[in-house]
Design a protein around this ligand. Structure first.
Ligand SMILES: [Fe+2]
Ligand SMILES: [Fe+2]
Length: 445
């Protein structure tokens, strides 16, 4: 791999390379900031390719203290024993990272790189430090390729599709989702009986009420945020004349609006809470719901390029719906089910999960379509966007749990985090399928 660009620096994973990397890290303010608090030995290993007669597995060790790389060189057996993290992978995976594609964390979650020592959860707080480290390595190894050009779609000819026989593709996935939305998405939050929920609520202890209210405050604002921010995407899809998708998105928006209503009913009728619940919004929550999601969606008002749409959908469908909502609702629902409490809320959550699974199916469809139509640049945009947001997404969970010495309901932060990481991996794998089946794709470039 890597025959397209000539090697400039020392060969990757050599001792000289490690020392050049140390010097590069020394010059990097971004790395110093991101790696504050990271202390220990890190071993990066290139796994030998036995078939190719490559008998020299190479590994380098870096000793990091608080953003400074104190030592760097070829990894010794002692380095390996003392290392907090040993990350190993085949040459082509490392090469991809050095070419600026993807991040070490995503490669780990997808099983392309292996953690021989240490855990993904342990590495998460240093995800951006690891990314800065790989970027520094890329600077000394190879000329980083510039962003690939992307064709911006021309506006579709206006036409009235429903005037033609077969003008609407009823077999398409968006139309199948539309049929399901009419069947399953018509529930009414106002019809849910919360009277038993209110009685259950009064019997819960203070800490139990606190965690249920806190999580609901994250869900409720999240639902309001996806309701508010969906319109720019609908606008792009409508202007492109994709009637089937626009029809489903109409149901999608209506469902999100009902989700907002459902949580307000919970606050009013079950928790009977009159306070300002945005006090529960933690820094990472604010980053995603106050900044990243609105910015990615709002961009579509000025830029309807496939990359902008892919970044918006990766943020909205994959991270917010696919990782955060799915994890949150799954865990919340299982608490209530296990304790046999809040039956009205259990009904609501079952509806929410079913609605969200359609939204997510649309997101996977949209992103797969964009990858199939526009190839690698779009795939890379999706991958890097998901990388960017994985760390703050997981940090939301950690910030919630940091509020409790001993979380009620026997909740464990790791269960949430593991579930979220699993969702993240699954989502990415689904879209990657579209990329693999379209390799060398028709419209790429
Ligand atoms: Fe929703
Ligand atoms: Fe949704």
């Amino acid at each position: 791999m890597g025959e397209s660009e000539p090697l400039q620096g020392p060969p990757p994973f050599s001792a000289e390379w490690a020392r050049a990397l140390q010097a590069e890290l020394d010059d990097s303010d971004e790395f110093r900031r991101a790696a504050a608090g990271w202390q220990g030995r890190l071993v990066l290993e290139r796994i030998a390719e036995a078939a190719a007669g490559d008998a020299t597995p190479r590994a380098v060790a870096l000793y990091l203290i608080d953003g400074v790389c104190r030592e760097a060189g070829a990894a010794t057996p002692e380095d390996r024993r003392a290392a907090t993290f040993v990350i190993a992978g085949p040459a082509d995976v490392w090469q991809r990272l050095l070419d600026g594609q993807g991040s070490p964390l995503t490669a780990l979650l997808r099983g392309q790189l292996k953690l021989v020592e240490g855990s993904v959860a342990g590495l998460l707080p240093f995800a951006s430090a690891a990314e800065q480290l790989v970027r520094a390595a890329a600077r000394i190894s190879l000329a980083a390729p510039g962003p690939a050009p992307v064709v911006i779609e021309a506006a579709a000819e206006p036409e009235f599709r429903s005037m033609r026989p077969d003008g609407i593709d009823f077999d398409s996935l968006p139309m199948q989702l539309w049929q399901k939305a009419k069947q399953f998405g018509i529930w009414d939050p106002r019809a849910v009986d919360f009277s038993v929920d209110r009685r259950d609520w009064l019997r819960l202890d203070e800490l139990e009420r606190d965690v249920l209210l806190r999580l609901a405050a994250l869900f409720g604002a999240g639902e309001e945020s996806v309701t508010r921010e969906l319109l720019p995407l609908i606008g792009v899809i409508a202007r492109q004349g994709r009637l089937e998708e626009e029809m489903f998105l109409a149901a999608f928006l209506w469902e999100e609006a009902k989700h907002v209503e459902a949580f307000r009913l919970f606050f009013d009728e079950v928790a009977a809470d009159r306070s300002d619940l945005s006090r529960f919004h933690t820094p990472s929550y604010r980053r995603i719901f106050y900044d990243e999601l609105p910015a990615a969606m709002d961009r579509l008002n000025a830029d309807s390029s496939p990359i902008a749409v892919a970044r918006a959908s990766a943020t909205y469908n994959m991270i917010v719906e696919g990782v955060l909502a799915e994890t949150g609702y799954h865990v919340y629902h299982s608490i209530l089910e296990r304790r046999r409490i809040l039956p009205g809320m259990q009904q609501v959550l079952a509806h929410l999960q079913r609605d969200e699974s359609r939204h997510l199916a649309y997101g996977v469809y949209l992103l797969s379509r964009l990858v199939a139509e526009h190839g690698e640049p779009v795939w890379r945009a999706i991958e890097s966007r998901m990388d960017e947001l994985l760390q703050p997404a997981v940090a939301i969970i950690q910030e919630v749990f940091a509020q409790y010495e001993e979380p009620p309901f026997g909740l464990e932060s790791e269960v949430f985090v593991d579930f979220a990481l699993e969702q993240f991996g699954k989502r990415l794998a689904r879209i990657e399928k579209a990329r693999e089946s379209e390799d060398g794709g028709s419209v790429a470039g």
